[in-house]
Design a binder for this molecule. Structure first.
Ligand SMILES: [Zn+2]
Length: 373
């Protein structure tokens, strides 16, 4: 099995003053061009009923400052506007119409493409080279694999003033010998709101509500936002404050999911989980949302690729499999098990069963059954 896949590599960068100014200029020019083109298209449509074909270079004479930034970033902005229109045409409704980008509220970012002949985007030691910027100090915590081809780079400045460069890379898929699953190296996982999950060894990482405090704070700040006049200076300030908190929550959640999935993927050959997505999301929108916020989906995705990289397996069990109701010792099915029963005694074999551990053990057996078929 050989081929190639597209991967993203995100690095923290530390631009110097001059580079920061260039980034700010490029963010601004991209936003300006996007808005200008959108405005012109709208005006032209109102006047003629026709679609205006315009491209970045049409604006160079009237706005010469556009020539100072990366032209590929402007080209990308133009393509984004066309994409936004295409989305609207596909699903025409008011909410879908391309919106003007506003300073402070819209994301500070731009994407530039590789110049294949000159290799303008490249990683050299602890630096990243970008067109028209030159070498930028970076933390290369995860080096690009040998033979990787960089396609594009996206520069982002977060609301808290951190800079990141995300590289889109095409790399060869290494043929990986699949491992042989067996009982001892297989882990069953039962997701739970109380404790994130419980595994078949009875281990639980605990609920990732380490960001509970931050969430409380977020709610408070969101309430404050609602009391301000939309679009006013105070509103914008408050909005930025909220985005900073959201950024922090997102980072902590991601970090938690990365660490946990790395540990499991390095320890076990096979991991079995329930297909919770449909089951829970269908049940309750509120529940679905908090489940999503907990990072179950992110955790599962990280686990899946970290296992696959080593030729290991993630087995998904049918969402209708009654993992909690089966006694893992004798196979008795307890149809009367209530949702709030944490523990039950099997009427058939007399064993006391912890609801979550029992479910994780059943998920493991069921997964092994599937893979050894
Ligand atoms: Zn039993």
């Amino acid at each position: 099995m050989t081929g190639s896949k597209t991967m993203g590599y995100r690095y923290r960068v530390y631009p110097n003053k001059e580079q920061q100014i260039f980034f700010a200029k490029t963010f601004g020019c991209c936003r300006f061009l996007y808005n200008k083109m959108l405005e012109d298209k709208q005006t032209y449509y109102k006047q003629t009923g026709k679609w205006l074909n315009c491209k970045p270079s049409d604006y160079y004479d009237a706005y010469p400052f556009l020539k100072e930034v990366d032209s590929r970033a402007l080209k990308n902005t133009w393509l984004n506007l066309i994409k936004a229109y295409q989305n609207f045409f596909k699903n025409p409704n008011k909410n879908n119409f391309p919106k003007f980008k506003r300073k402070h509220i819209s994301k500070d970012s731009y994407t530039t493409e590789q110049n294949k002949g000159r290799n303008t985007i490249r990683v050299t030691g602890n630096k990243i080279n970008l067109p028209k910027v030159g070498l930028i100090k970076a933390v290369i915590h995860r080096p690009l694999p040998d033979g990787a081809v960089i396609k594009s780079a996206t520069v982002t400045r977060t609301k808290s003033g951190k800079y990141y460069v995300s590289l889109t890379v095409e790399q060869a898929v290494k043929p990986c010998k699949p491992v042989q699953p067996n009982f001892d190296t297989t882990l069953g996982i039962d997701f739970s709101f109380r404790s994130f999950y419980v595994d078949s060894n009875g281990f639980s990482p605990g609920n990732p509500h380490f960001y509970c405090q931050l969430e409380e704070k977020l709610k408070r700040e969101q309430k404050k936002l609602a009391s301000k006049v939309k679009g006013s200076n105070n509103w914008i300030k408050q909005k930025i404050k909220i985005e900073k908190i959201q950024e922090k929550i997102k980072n902590r959640r991601k970090d938690f999911c990365h660490k946990l999935s790395r540990e499991i993927a390095d320890t076990y050959n096979t991991v079995c989980i329930e297909d919770f997505s449909l089951k829970e999301f269908a049940g309750s929108r509120q529940l679905g949302k908090s489940m999503f916020d907990c990072g179950f989906g992110m955790f599962r995705n990280f686990l899946k690729y970290k296992l696959a990289e080593q030729g290991k397996f993630l087995i998904t069990i049918d969402k209708w499999f009654p993992s909690s109701q089966i006694c893992n010792n004798c196979g008795y099915v307890n149809h009367n098990l209530k949702i709030d029963e944490k523990q039950w005694i099997c009427p058939s074999c007399g064993l006391t069963l912890d609801r979550d551990i029992n479910a994780a053990l059943n998920i493991r057996s069921e997964g092994l059954k599937q893979i050894c078929k």
